[in-house]
Design a protein around this ligand. Sequence first.
Ligand code: C2E
Ligand code: MG
Ligand code: MG
Length: 752
Amino acid sequence: MSETNKSDAPAVAQDTSTTGWRKYFGAPKDAGPAPIQAPPPRKQLAKLAQIFESSKRGWFWATDADLRLTYVSEHIAKRLGCSLGDMLGSSIKDLFNDELAEGSAGNRTTGLLLNTRSKFSNMEVRADYDGPEIWWAVSAQPDLNKDGEFVGYWGSGIDITTDRQSRDESSRLTHSDTLTGLSSRHKISQRLESALQAYKIAKRSCALIMIDLDRFKQVNDTLGHQAGDELLKQASQRLKRVAKDGWEVGRLGGDEFQVIIPDMDDRGELAEAAKKMISMISQPYTINGTRCVIGASVGLAIAPYDGITSEELTRSADLALYAAKNDGRGRYRFYSTELHSDAEDQRQLEDELRDALERGEIWLAYQPVVSARTNEISGFEALMRWEHPERGAISPGIFIPIAEEANLIVQLGEWALRKACEDAASWPGTARVAVNVSPIQFEHTALPQLVASALASSGLAPDRLELEITESVFLGEGSDIDQTFKALKKLGVRLALDDFGTGYSSLSYLKSAPFDKIKVDQSFVRDAAQPGNRNAAIITAIVSLAEALDMETTAEGIETLDTLDLIKKLRVSHIQGYVYSRPLHYDDIIEKLGEGNLTIKPSGPEMNRSDRKTLYRKVGIIHEDHRYEVTMRNLSMTGALIEGLNDVPKGAQFVLDFGEGQLAVATVRRSKGDKQGLQFEVPLISDGSDGLCTRTRVSPYVLAAAGMPLAALPSGHYPLVMNEEAANTSGKGFSLPAFTQSEAGGSVLRVA
Ligand code: C2E
Ligand code: MG
Ligand code: MG
């Protein structure tokens, strides 16, 4: 080894594996009839690497299994203004600013790819350091040992700062998004800015719709960036078709779109537009001969109600979009003031979830799965639990989506898999354990290796492990999915299709994917017990198909004896639900299995009681110049039941004030004691979530005209102007017998 090599290329010199740098460079491209040569010796490779590095056109890096840098080209340390010693040992993830990372189509971050130990090439990332902007195209190759375990990364980077800057500049100039032809981010934000400024003076309204594609990242990752680009083009065309004259449609970047609609404040019409956008985007696409399905979530905000400046309105629409996604995606949601605190809450939970595992707050509960014929336990489903130090138990329905969004699911999922295998290997007998696998984990190509490693270190027999996968893994339909299925089956583990009946419920992939079990979702099962419901017939069909394909069936969420009866008649082979047992602590299982007690007698209520949703919300009633506060007991699109006023005659008309500028003219149709049934003049509409809202709101400009300065109005919340004068209970100026407030009502306020 030469002198220079000794001093300048420590990591290269340390590399003793024969496949090291060689493997990273790939096979020689020369296909011609060149004479066969022995691979260059390591020394020469190291020399080549060193020459390349000293040209400063590119750089190399390597990490250990924990992603800590074990090698980085020296000139990079200099460029970032730190010493090589400082950089070595730090996490490679700290080197990249993920917020600004961008693949050619999606917003996949290097952090996510590194966490999932994936291979990637030419990801454009910005250096995370305090200094002038530096951009790199970074590539990485995971290094696996002979047991298939990840031992580190080999990687390289190329400086693309100048390219990147000139590209940014030219797209700023062109004003249109080069990929889709829609307005560019720059143009649409300028447009919103100028529209809102002009509209403020003219007191006009303007709606802003924010659209985010659901599952786009999965398609992009499985089918590749080119397919992702094609999908974005097609989705853009569909959005354009929904847009009417005067609407401006733009792409903000990645899979986010925005639509500006001038002079629009009718939430009924906007809800229709949002539904249409979602349904158009959710139709299947054909990309290079492959069929794929994505969805869309939509957030809506309207100026001047939900914000007056473009910054305020954008923030409101963003929060609404975030809420729509959290509601389960494929939905729209209007902005309302309460979303503010929800978003704060979510952010805090995300922060706390990062350390929850380390702090020992995460544990696994086990729910028995029972044979329908014998009442015997065949296995347990491992269900993750988070015991929060202040908030107590947090449902996985809440924290799993947060973990998926924040890239924490891979880590949590790995922990759950290893822990469940250890627990099952240690409990008496041979009951199986089922572990839920998030689609994000499933895409991660190292899943079979992880499963193999969890089985090997726990000693659990592969056929005692069942992986529960949901239908959404099929949406990309890439070849990797088949490979992963094959690799898992080769290990001998069982596969179950979870939550069947909630998603696309396509029977077609049951034929090709090697499932051992179908789990019929609880919502589907519960509805089956309702008279006249057709789910029972569908379950029968699923069971027949499953039997023909030699699969088991599990009905989830059985709580009552009547549903149990029905499900048994439908020949479902297994049952999981409170009627047998709630999820249990590990210690309880050990005790039960230790006694050799494998059967459970079902017990529970005879039948489902329908949950009546009772509302106890205070609303205002305005009649002439009085405002009364009453309690709303129930609410539908067409009317409400209120409590709190006495002596209200049938046929009386007044205005119901729901807050936030939402007023509804209502007529009393029934009146008994202090309760009245009201009918609305204009029906309410769905707010996209479980709630209802009025089509239009009282404009803050009207309120401003009545004396409240516009700038002083809190965005999105416009309580009626009122004097806090507690009137006595006789309704002033009411021609019919005056209303009196009953116990259930509140005070009477005078409208200014
Ligand atoms: P899942 O996989 O469909 O799990 C079944 C859910 O139904 C569990 O909710 C279980 O407690 C609940 N359940 C079972 N029997 C009944 C019943 O009779 N009545 C009612 N009302 N509910 C019943 P849980 O534990 O809240 O989990 C919710 C979801 O969170 C799971 O749905 C699964 O999708 C996800 N999840 C839980 N643990 C994990 C995990 O380790 N990894 C991943 N990726 N997801 C998980
Ligand atoms: Mg499950
Ligand atoms: Mg399920």
